[in-house]
Each structure stands twice: as C-alpha cells, then as structure tokens.
Design a protein around this ligand. Structure first.
Ligand SMILES: O=P(O)(O)OC[C@H]1O[C@H](OP(=O)(O)OP(=O)(O)O)[C@H](O)[C@@H]1O
Ligand SMILES: [Mg+2]
Length: 179
C-alpha cells in the first residue's frame, strides 16, 4: 500500500499530536453542553475514534454515512445519505466530525439538513482542509492540517475504498487512478 504513496504528508505521531490539541480545545469549548458528536462516515471513522478519546467532558456520539466520491477522485456533486442519524438533533449543540473538507459540498449539504432539523448550534471540526478544492464557501471552526491540491489517502480517507487503514496521510501516486 505504501508503495502507492508519492509523498507522506503527516505521519502517525504528527496526526496524534494534532488530534490531541483539537480534543483539548473542544473540551474547553463544549464544557457543560453535552454535545452530540456526529461522525461523517466512512472517512471520519478513525479521526472520530481518536478524537473522542482526547475529549474530557460528557458527550454523546452518533453516525451518519454520506457519499459523493464513489470510485472517483472527483466529487460527483451529488451527496447521498446512506445512513441517517439515530438521535434527534433538535435543540442540541452538534459537533460535526469530518476527515476532510475539499469542495465543501458534503458539509454544506449536511449543515443544511441539520439546520432544518433545528439543531441549537452546529460546529465543524475537520482534521484535513484542502482550500484549493472549494466549490462552495465553507470554513471549519476547528481544523488540523491544511493540505495541498492533491488527492490524498490514509487515516480513514480512501481511493475506491482502499487505503483507509494507512496510519499516515499521503498523496496517492496519480498513476494509481490514471491507469
Ligand atoms: O468537501 P467534499 O468535496 O464534499 O469532500 C469531502 C468528503 O468526501 C469524502 O467522502 P466520500 O464521499 O468519499 O465518502 P467516504 O467518506 O465514504 O469515503 C470525505 O470523507 C468527506 O466526507
Ligand atoms: Mg471516499
């Protein structure tokens, strides 16, 4: 798998350090608010698991699965809900946990859905941000790393469902998806 990586951007230790910092900030921000922490599957599953272990205040978790990339390195532009939340967001302080914001289409869609369900507040945390990919204006409240304009995999992020289990984040060699 690592053979298919052109460049490792951040290794496992660097990622853990950043996740810890984000968890400390979120613990302070949400003190006394019992947030509903929503993991956007599948990509955010590793970040979510690591992040909640660093948050030191009471919280609840839930999961939503959405997909727009499929087997491609480009967004289809259509965000599909594959699995919806179990919990109601009505009146809740919601923290959305994402692995990456690229075009911004996934999160702008999700925010719209959760606003219409009357969440009390919506806060976004993303581990990775790729501002060069934006198609809609969207900024995370908390972000880990800003990435270059390249297709990346690892730490939950896939290409055609592969590479999610790499413990690092790296740029995928273009010949892997151009063949
Ligand atoms: O800002 P955007 O351009 O919308 O891209 C970001 C989204 O794309 C990926 O999900 P994907 O649709 O690949 O589903 P997955 O999480 O199951 O891989 C990623 O996990 C984010 O949710
Ligand atoms: Mg994907």
């Amino acid at each position: 798998m690592l053979n298919d990586i052109q460049e490792v951007l951040y290794d496992a230790d660097q990622i853990q350090q950043k996740v810890q910092e984000l968890g400390e900030t979120i613990s302070r921000e949400f003190e006394g608010r019992n947030p509903l922490v929503i993991c956007v599957l599948k990509g955010a599953f590793i970040f979510m698991a690591d992040l909640v272990k660093t948050i030191t205040i009471p919280l609840e978790i839930d999961f939503m699965a959405v997909s727009s990339y499929g087997q491609s390195t480009k967004t289809s532009g259509v965000v599909r809900i594959i699995k919806d939340l179990d919990a109601s967001v009505q009146g809740r302080d919601v923290l959305i946990v994402e692995d990456i914001i690229d075009s911004g289409l996934t999160l702008s869609y999700l925010i719209d859905v959760l606003e219409r369900r009357n969440a009390k507040s919506i806060t976004l945390v993303t581990l990775f941000d790729k501002p060069a990919g934006r198609k809609v204006e969207l900024e995370a409240d908390y972000k880990g790393f800003v990435l270059p304009d390249a297709f990346v995999v690892g730490y939950g992020l896939d290409y055609a469902e592969q590479y999610r289990n790499l413990p690092i984040i790296g740029i995928l060699k273009p010949e892997v998806y151009e063949k």
